[in-house]
Design a protein. Sequence first.
Lengths: 507, 320
Amino acid sequence: MLDLLWSGLVNVAQWKYLLPLFAGTFIGVIGGSLPGVTITMTVIVVLPFTYGLDPLAGLAAMTGVYVGGSTGGLIACCLLGIPGSPASIATTFDGFPMARNGEPGRAIWLGVWASVWGGLLGALFLVFLTGPLAAIALEFGPWEYFSLFVLAMAMVAGLAEASLLKGLISTAIGLLITVIGHDPIGSVPRFTFGSGFIGGGFPFLPVLIGIFAFAQIMTDLEKLNLPGGQATPSLAGIKLERFSHLKVNLEIFRQPFQLAWATIVGLIIGILPAIGGSASSVMAYDQAKKFSKTPERFGKGHPEGIIASEASNNANVSGSLMTIMAFGIPGDAVTAVMLGAMTIHGIQSGPLFISQNPDIAYGIYAAYILAHPCMLLICLALMPLMLRVTSVRMAVLAPVVLVLCIVGAYALNNTMQSVYVLLLFGVVGYGLVKLGFPLAPLILGLILGDQIEINLVRAIMTDANPWLFLTRPISGGLLLAAAGSVALAVWQHLRHQNRVAEETPDF
Amino acid sequence: MARMSVKMAGAAALISVLGALSAPAMAQYPDRPVKMIVPWAAGGDTDNIFRPFAVELQKHIGQPVVIANVGGASGTTGAREAKAAAADGYTLYAVHDYIHLTFYAGISDVKYSDFEPICLVAATPSVLTASSKTPWKNWAELAEDAKKRPGEITVGATLGSTSHIFPAMIEKAANLKFKFVSYDGLAPRMNALLGGHINLTDSNLTQKGKVEAGLLRYIAIASEKRDPESPDVPTLKELGMNIVYEVARGVMVPKGTPAPVRAKLEEGCAKAVKEPSFAQAMKLQGTRVAYLNATDYAKFLAKIDGENKVVMTDLGLIKK
C-alpha cells in the first residue's frame, strides 16, 4: 500500500498532473474566498476543461479545487466577517473578532495552518482506512441520520452565547425557514400563501449570505458616523501585525487532542453523505468549546475556535472522498461532479475501483495530499494582497462586497429568486442582530431542518415502529450523546454564570 | 444641430452595419455558440449523456454547444428557463420523461408541448435492483416473498418521478404491494440499498461495478431484449410482464423556433448520434443510442405523455 502511495505521489509530481492540480487549487482558493461562489460552482467551471485532459489530470484539478475551496472560505470569514463558503461558517465566530482585535494575519494563518494539518491528518485516514471507515456510511439508515441531527441540534445549547432562550428561539427560526416552500418528500406547498416567490422556498446559500453579509455590513456601516468612526467598525486602519508562522504552528500543536478531534469530527461528517462541510465546521466548533479549558473565550477571537473549524472542514473533504473511492457513491455535489468526470472517461466506479484502477485511485490520494502544500504556497503568495483589504475604506469595501454577494446568489441558479431571498434575509438578519439573537444556532437549524424532516419521514415510511430510534445501537447511542451534550452545556452555562456573578463586585 | 446630425449619421451607419451583419446571419444559423440547458446537476446521468452528445453535435453544426446545468425543483427550474428562452435556436433543452410526470404531478406548469421536438437521442433501460442483504436471487423468489408479505418490501424512489413509476408498474403487473420510501436521486438510493435500509430500487446499468462486487443484485431489466453488456439479467418481458421502461432523453427547442433552424439542428443531431465515439460513451452509461427524427419524436412524445397520464392516474398521483 505504501509503495502504491509512493508511486502515486511520484506520478502526480509530474508537471502534467502538478500543473492542473496547482491551477485547480488556485481557482479553488479564489472561488472559496468569494462569498456566494460555492465550491460546487467552482468545480463545475473547471469540469469542461478536464474532458480534454488525461483523466487523472482532470481529477487532480478537481481535487485541488475542493481542497483550495475549503481553505479559501476562511479569508472572507476573518477579514469581512462573512463566510466565503458555507463550509467555513464557524471560522467567522472567532476569526473575525480576532482580526478586529488587531491580529488579522494571525487569524488567517491559524486557519490556513489548521487546514493544512487537518487535511493531512485526514489524508492518513483516507489512505489507510478508507475501507472500514466508508463502511460506516452504509450502517447509517434514516434512524441513525435522524439521531445524528438531533445530536447536532443539541449542540445549539453550546452555541448560544449569552441567553439560552434567545439561542433556542434562533434555532427555531432556522428550522421554520426550512419548512417554508414545497416540502422535500411529497412536494406539497407549505406556508406559501399561493405566492410563487415563497413557493420556491428559501434556499440555504442566499439565506446564509443574506443573514451574514447584510447583518455584518449594515451594523458596520451604522458605526461609520459615530465618533471614532472608521477604526472601530471595520478593520481599516489596523496596522498589519508582525506574526510568525512558527508561533502559529506552536499554537495549533499546543493542543494536539483538539486538532485530532476536530479532524475526526470533520472526517465522519464527510463520510456521511448529504451533510456537508457547513455542519462539520459548526459541530467541530461546538466540540472544541465543550472540551476547552476556556470555553468563555470562544466567540471573542479564541484561536481554538478557528483551529477546530478549519481543521474539520478540510478533513471533511477527505471523508467525502472516501465514499466515492470505496463505493462510487458521491457524498456531496463536488464528488458527484468528480464521479461524472470518471464515468465520461470510462472509469468504472464502485467497490472494485481501487483494485481495478490503482493508478487513478492512488493518484487521487496523492493529488489530495499534494494539494495541501500547493494551497499553502498559494496562500503565502496571496495573503499579503488579501490582507490589503483591511486598508480599504468601508465606504468602498461595503458596496463591492454586497454586489459580489448578489452576483453570487444570482449565479447559484441563474434566477432572480435567489437575489430576492438574499435581500429579504439581509433584513431579517439585521433585525435579529439588533435584537441580540445569536446567528449561529439559526444557521444550524437551517442546515439541518430539511435533513431531519426527510430522515424522520423515511424512517417512519420504512418501519412505523418508533422504538427503532432507541433500539438500533448507533441511533440509540447518538440520542444518548445528545442528552449528554445538553446536560454538559447547561452545566457549563451555569458554572460560567456563577463565575461571572462571583467576579462582579457589588456596587 | 451639427452635433445632432453627426450622431444621427453615426446611428444610421451603425444600424446599417448591424443590418448587414444580421442579414446573412439569419441565413447561416448558427453564427454563435449554442446553449444547451441540462435541467440537472453536473455529473448526473442526464449530464453524463448530453455532454458527450454536445461534443458530437458541435462538430456538425459548426458552433460550440455549451452545457448549462440549471438544476433544482425536480428539473422544473431548467424547464421553465428553457420555455422562457428566445425561440431562435440558440437555446436547446435536454429533456427526459420527467417533463410529463412533473406536469401531471402538479409540480410544474411546463408541458412537453411548450417545445418543438428536434430529436430523440438515447434511451436508458430501467433495472429493478435488489440489496445483497435480501435473500432473493431472482425474480421468482422475490415475487413469492412479496406475495407472502404484502406492503412490507421497501422500495426507495423519488416520489412522483421515473424511479417511482417503474416499480409501481411492476407492482401492478405482478399484482404485488410494495412499500415506497422517499429517496431523491440515485446516489442516496444506492447508499441505502448497499446498507440494506431499503430492499429494492430502480437503477440502471451504470451501477454494474457494484453488482460485480456482489453488493447489489440486478433482478430484471425493462428493455425489449437482454443487454449484451449484462447478458445474465433477464428482461421483464421474459418474466411474463409486458413492461418496457426506458428513460428516453432527447433535445427540444422553445415553441416558435423557425423551421430552417430546426431542420439544421435535426440534421446535426442525426449525424451526431451516428458517431462511433458517441456510441462508446453511451455504452459506458448503460444506455442505447435511440435516434428518432423530429416527426417521429413528436409522435413518441405524444404517446409517452398519454401513457404517463394513465400510469399517474392509476397510481393516484395525478393532480392535473
